[in-house]
Design a protein around this ligand. Structure first.
Ligand code: FES
Length: 115
């Protein structure tokens, strides 16, 4: 596992997120009220970029395409694709899949992600 600098600690406000690169992985770093978290940036449903979505319910990220919600702290699916109406038909083919999560380390005001 290698450590990759993503940004400065103050570059992400509480309730915000930032996409970045950690080695070969495209990741997103989230800042919640209890700290920093990181997941893969690509939605496991149909590959949208999660950093273009929004943080909801104090700890979930909602994908901008079909509104799948993931728990930012664990990567688990909270609500699988449900928008637009009818998208659920696809859910027989696209099984729920959690996001990969990565450890975040804050050091000297810098945000590092371990991949
Ligand atoms: S691509 Fe993310 S919910 Fe479909």
């Amino acid at each position: 596992m290698a450590r990759h600098r993503v940004c400065g600690e103050n570059d992400i406000p509480v309730g915000g997120m930032k996409a970045g690169q950690a080695g070969n992985e495209t990741i997103v770093v989230f800042r919640l009220d209890d700290g920093f978290y990181s997941t893969q940036n690509q939605c496991t449903h149909l590959f949208a970029s999660l950093h273009k979505g929004k943080i909801v319910e104090g700890g979930q990220v909602e994908c901008p395409h079909h509104r799948t919600r993931f728990d930012i702290r664990t990567g688990q699916v909270v609500c699988w694709a449900n928008h637009p109406p009818g998208i659920q038909v696809l859910n027989f083919l696209l099984a729920k899949k959690a996001l990969k999560t990565y450890p975040v380390v804050i050091e000297s005001g810098q945000v590092f992600v371990e991949v």
